[in-house]
Design a protein around this ligand. Structure first.
Ligand SMILES: C[S@@+](CC[C@H](N)C(=O)[O-])C[C@H]1O[C@@H](n2cnc3c(N)ncnc32)[C@H](O)[C@@H]1O
Length: 268
C-alpha cells in the first residue's frame, strides 16, 4: 500500500469541519480504548499522547477525567485547530507531526493512544515509533481497521475495474509487525460494525465527511461515465435490499513495551 501523506493531510484538513458529524463508529472505538485503559486505575500524572488525535475526542475525555499531562499529535492542522478549541482546559499540548516520526525524545510517554489512525501509515514505521517513544513498561492502546472494512464498496468499484480500497492489514499481520519491534500485544480484538444508508448520496457524503475518501478512491481518476455506472450499481443494490450497508472491521489491542530491549534477552 502506498498512500501519499500530502493527500491524506489535505483530505483530513478538508474533513475537519464535518468529521464529528459522521464519526460515531470512531467515537465508539475511542471509548472502548478508554475503558480498557481505565481498568488499570491509572494515575492522573501519567504522560499520555494521542497519535492521530483528529478533533480531540479522546483527549477531551481524558482531560475531563482529570488526566493532566496530555499531548495530541496529528498531521492535519485543521484537525488540531478543532481539537484545541474543544479542549476543556488549555494545558493539553498539540503538535502538528507525522506519527511515524514524532518530534519527541525516546521513552517519553507512559501511555499512548491511537484510534483509527495507523491504517493511514506504514505499519512498520508506526509500530517502531510507538516502541521508541513509550517508556519501558509503558502501554499503547491502539485501534485500526481490518481487511473486511468497506468490502461492499470494494466489490462494486472492483467490478468496474477500479481497485479503490487500500489494503487494510489483518490481525495476524499487525500482530507480527508490532511484535517484531519488541512490543507485546495483549487482548487483540476484532469487531464487525455495519453502517446502513438509505440513499447512495448519503453513503458517498459520509465517506467524504470522514476524510476517508483517499482510502477509497485510487489516484487514477474515475471517469464521469464509470462513476455514474458505479452510482447506478449502488442504487440497484439499494433498491433490491432496501438499504445499503458498509462493513467496518475494527481491530483493537494493547501494545506493551517490555522492560528489556528487544533481543537483549538472547545475549548472555
Ligand atoms: C479517522 S481520523 C481519527 C481521529 C481520532 N483519532 C478519532 O478517534 O476520532 C484519522 C486521523 O489520523 C490523522 N493521521 C493520518 N495519518 C497520520 C500520520 N501519519 N500522522 C499523524 N496523524 C495522522 C488524520 O489527520 C486524522 O485526523
Amino acid at each position: 500500500m502506498s498512500l501519499s501523506p500530502k493527500q491524506i493531510t489535505t483530505r483530513f484538513n478538508h474533513a475537519a469541519a464535518t468529521y464529528d458529524e459522521v464519526a460515531s463508529l470512531q467515537r465508539e472505538m475511542a471509548n472502548a480504548l478508554l475503558s480498557r485503559f481505565e481498568k488499570g486505575s491509572p494515575e492522573s500524572t501519567l504522560q499520555i499522547a494521542d497519535l492521530g488525535c483528529g478533533t480531540g475526542h479522546l483527549l477531551g475525555q481524558l482531560s475531563q477525567r482529570g488526566f493532566l499531562k496530555l499531548h495530541g499529535f496529528d498531521i492535519a492542522c485543521n484537525m488540531l485547530a478543532t481539537a484545541r478549541s474543544s479542549m476543556p482546559n488549555g494545558s493539553t499540548k498539540f503538535t502538528e507531526a507525522d506519527l511515524q516520526a514524532l518530534p519527541v525524545a525516546d521513552e517519553h510517554f507512559d501511555v499512548l493512544f491511537s484510534n483509527a489512525a495507523i491504517q493511514w501509515c506504514d505499519t512498520e514505521r508506526a509500530a517502531a515509533e510507538i516502541h521508541r517513544v513509550l517508556r519501558p513498561g509503558g502501554r499503547g492502546f491502539i485501534s485500526t481497521f481490518g481487511p473486511r472494512t468497506l468490502q461492499q464498496w470494494r466489490s462494486v468499484f472492483e467490478s468496474h475495474g477500479h481497485s479503490s480500497v487500500h489494503s487494510f492489514e489483518s490481525t495476524s499481520q499487525l500482530t507480527e509487525t508490532f511484535e517484531n519491534t519488541g512490543l507485546r500485544l495483549n487482548q487483540v480484538e476484532t469487531r464487525l460494525n455495519t453502517q446502513s444508508f438509505h440513499n447512495v448520496k448519503d453513503m458517498f457524503d459520509s465517506i467524504k465527511k470522514l476524510g476517508a475518501s483517499n482510502a477509497t478512491f485510487q489516484r487514477k481518476p474515475i471517469s464521469k461515465s464509470v462513476f455514474q455506472s458505479i452510482h447506478a450499481e449502488f442504487q440497484r443494490r439499494l433498491t433490491s435490499a432496501g438499504v445499503l450497508k458498509l462493513t467496518f472491521e475494527a481491530i483493537s489491542f494493547e501494545a506493551i513495551r517490555s522492560y528489556s530491549k528487544p533481543f537483549e534477552a538472547t545475549r548472555s
